[in-house]
Ligand binder design. Structure first.
Ligand code: OAD
Length: 233
């Protein structure tokens, strides 16, 4: 297995670190209405509720650590440096804490804030509220988590599609295949002639689009698959 590798990760890769997924039983969308906490309309209607939701997730980052799946993906990048692009839908920071560098956060990052008034992004570890002024423009009321909500355009799409069109191996890990455009990356990679692999606890919505499917917990199946790729070098 040679050539360029694109990996797409979702909430399942962080589940064994203790980060809640969205659509599993007891997942976040069984407790919260995504329209209230993850849309621009929800934020306009009740910014305090949305800030509380993301403040809790941001605080949670300090209580979790990368698991064997994050570590294996960082190792793959280290050993196959120029060839690995890691695209994550996750807004946690576990991939970078495990050592991944060529990493694209297509749904944004919990540890960043965006000022809706001046458009500046800021590293952000504290709580956010409607009272917090933007460190750049000084205005209050515009600060929001730098995350992509439903109805908004995911980040870095041009770079992602470029990588997909050039890839030889596409691996999706821990994602249910419910959210577009990420759910159709497998088709884009397949059209480019890539071998496509699903590593997930259970069959995803898009399982039939993959050429190879391995089901199991990410902390086991991801390191095993990485070993296989590195052995085939
Ligand atoms: P989901 O919660 O939809 O799916 C998580 C997937 O991970 C499921 O298919 C689980 O079976 C699988 N899974 C759970 N535990 C696992 C484990 N230990 N090992 C391997 N797989 C496991 O999460 P995403 O697909 O990431 O977007 O969701 C995509 C987007 O929907 C998120 O980025 C978020 C959400 O709404 C926004 O908020 C915009």
């Amino acid at each position: 297995m040679a050539g360029s590798i694109v990996i797409l990760t979702g909430a399942g890769v962080s589940a064994e670190s203790g980060v809640e997924t969205f659509r599993d039983k007891d997942g976040l969308w069984s407790k919260f209405d995504y329209r209230e906490v993850a849309t621009p309309e929800g934020f306009s209607a009740n910014p305090a509720l949305v800030h509380t939701f993301y403040n809790q997730r941001r605080e949670g980052l300090a209580k979790v650590a990368p698991n064997a799946a994050h570590v294996a993906l960082a190792r793959l990048e280290r050993e196959r440096s120029d060839e690995v692009t890691l695209v994550t839908q996750n807004i946690d920071d576990l991939h970078e804490r495990a050592g991944s560098r060529n990493l694209i956060h297509m749904h944004g990052e919990l540890a960043k804030a965006l000022c809706g008034r001046c458009g500046m992004r800021h590293d952000w570890r504290e709580t956010l509220s409607t009272q917090v002024p933007c460190p750049a423009c000084g205005k209050t009321g515009g600060m929001r988590p730098d995350v992509v909500w439903f109805g908004e355009m995911p980040y870095h799409m041009e770079r992602i599609y470029e990588a997909l069109r050039a890839c030889d191996l596409f691996i999706a890990i821990g994602t249910s295949g419910n959210v577009y455009p990420a759910a159709q990356f497998v088709q884009e990679a397949g059209r480019a002639g890539a071998h496509t692999v699903e590593l997930n606890l259970e069959p995803s919505e898009t399982v039939s689009d993959f050429g190879e499917v391995i089901h199991g917990p990410a902390s086991r199946v991801a390191p095993e698959y990485v070993d296989r790729v590195l052995r085939a070098k």
